[in-house]
Design a protein around this ligand. Structure first.
Ligand SMILES: Nc1nnc(SCC(=O)Nc2ccc(S(N)(=O)=O)cc2)s1
Ligand SMILES: [Zn+2]
Length: 258
């Protein structure tokens, strides 16, 4: 099964998922000076107020907070999007101790970690799975995490990570509003890309915020006590460096909100 190790990591994903070598793969290195300012790009609008987180789980690749997406209570709209997209889940990618682990990079610089809020086009598609395979099916909001002081709300997540230490574990996680994880500015870069893990579907409109949020080394360290492996497995593999490196741009344009 795919993973982030030597034998099953990003460099061999193409064997089972040939789209890994496609024309709109993610992540990418974002070069701000080469991004085109597009005045037609309006602001991103996040309506997360009625949001309803359900649970938090360790899926063997990351830690994921799932939402009830049975109606339009939590949506992202505006910016490059033609209609509202429903929030389905958010998760993180991070490095090892002292190493950076973001997926997107900015002029070759990577951040300590990256948060992905995954939304799907429920206006055009009936299910998430159907949307995940469609070119305009998903919108992922990417937020960089840099290290510094404690983040005042991230402890809501890091305090429960011990409950989902092993692959396949899940626990209730209700009433969490991810609005508390946003930076002050919603200025962004946007481009057409893909899921950054198998099945690597080329179905994502990426919206990457320019301003990182600040979290402490201590808070990040709690993500690293998670395991890629299940409780019953004899191998204890610490969950870290669960990021795909930047992929070829293949002529794509990155646009910038003003
Ligand atoms: N029929 C199908 N159901 N589900 C899938 S893909 C499941 C899924 O959400 N995958 C996913 C993978 C990567 C990302 S990411 N890192 O945000 O690009 C987001 C989401 S295809
Ligand atoms: Zn992700």
């Amino acid at each position: 099964h795919w993973g982030y190790g030597k034998e099953n990591g990003p460099s061999v994903w193409h064997k089972n998922y040939p789209v890994a070598q496609g024309n709109r793969q993610s992540p990418i290195d974002i070069i701000p000076q080469q991004a085109s300012h597009d005045s037609s790009l309006g602001p991103i609008v996040l309506n997360y107020d009625q949001c309803t987180s359900i649970n938090i789980a360790n899926n063997g690749h990351s830690v994921v907070v799932e939402f009830d997406d049975s109606d339009d209570r939590s949506v992202i709209q505006g910016g490059p999007l033609d209609n509202p997209y429903r929030l389905k889940q958010f998760h993180f990618h991070w490095g090892g101790k002292g190493c950076h682990g973001s997926e997107h990079t900015v002029a070759g610089i990577s951040y300590a970690s990256e948060l992905h809020l995954v939304h799907w086009n429920a206006v055009k598609y009936k299910t998430f799975g159907e949307a995940a395979a469609a070119p305009d099916g998903l919108a992922v909001l990417g937020i960089f995490l840099d290290t510094g002081d404690d983040h005042r709300w991230l402890h809501m997540i890091t305090d429960v990570l011990y409950m989902v230490k092993f692959k396949g574990s899940v626990t209730d996680f209700k009433g969490f509003n991810p609005k508390c994880l946003l930076p002050s500015s919603l200025h962004y870069w946007t481009y057409l890309g893909s899921l950054t893990t198998p099945p690597l579907h080329e179905s994502v409109t990426w919206i990457v915020l320019k301003e990182p949020i600040i979290v402490s080394e201590k808070q990040l360290g709690k993500f690293r006590m998670l395991q890629f492996t299940g409780e019953e497995e004899d191998q204890r593999l610490r969950m870290e460096n669960n990021f795909r490196p930047p992929q070829p741009l293949k002529g794509r344009k990155v646009r910038s909100s003003n």
